[in-house]
Design a protein around this ligand. Structure first.
Ligand SMILES: [Zn+2]
Ligand SMILES: [Zn+2]
Length: 181
């Protein structure tokens, strides 16, 4: 069993490496908590490229799963080019997938954490590919000059945050942008 999981992770890494390479940067978290990527060797940070699909609906045709998405919500997942699915954990950093259709329309590169025994992903950062260029996806409050993960009122001033899609600093160098604001 353990061997299987290792293989799965190894193939995921190869997959991610096919695009931009693995960005090992977990970056510090917006809430200021320390980066815990190294806390356990079984927790991996990966870059997963693909598009958002609802896993339940994807399984309908081949396996006769009966979706009940209007009552149970969609199981949004990244589907990679080679047909692997990585369902999003429904955490705050992934909320935009449910709340903003732009995240479901783009070719995404998502920096994530994966956990032992599961292929669910915890989103660290969303990026998109357009015309072979990488963009950062996020929301921004122009008044407070702070970023946010999801649409809605700014945590600080309560004005609505705006969607931003800006060229990623690290697209050419593979070097994480220096943290901080
Ligand atoms: Zn669905
Ligand atoms: Zn604000």
């Amino acid at each position: 069993m353990k061997q299987d999981r290792r293989n799965f992770i190894a193939s995921s890494i190869i997959l991610a490496a096919g695009g931009l390479g693995i960005s090992a940067d977990a970056q510090s978290r917006p809430d200021g908590s320390p980066d815990k990527t190294d806390a356990s060797e079984d927790v991996k940070t990966l870059s997963v490229r693909g598009r958002v699909v609802c896993l339940t609906e994807e399984l309908e045709k081949p396996y006769q799963v009966i979706p009940d998405c209007s009552n149970r919500w969609h199981v949004y997942s990244i589907k990679t080019a080679d047909g692997k699915y990585y369902p999003f954990l429904p955490v705050d950093t992934a909320a935009a997938v449910w709340l903003d259709e732009r995240f479901r329309q783009r070719d995404l590169l998502v920096t994530v954490r994966t956990f032992p025994g599961s292929n669910f992903i915890e989103v660290i950062k969303f990026q998109s590919w357009k015309d072979n260029k990488l963009y950062d996806l996020y929301y921004y409050c122009d008044v407070c000059m702070i970023t946010a993960f999801k649409p809605g009122p700014c945590e600080c001033c309560q004005d609505p945050v705006v969607f931003r899609e800006t060229p990623a600093e690290d697209a050419t160098h593979g070097v994480p942008p220096s943290g901080g604001t």
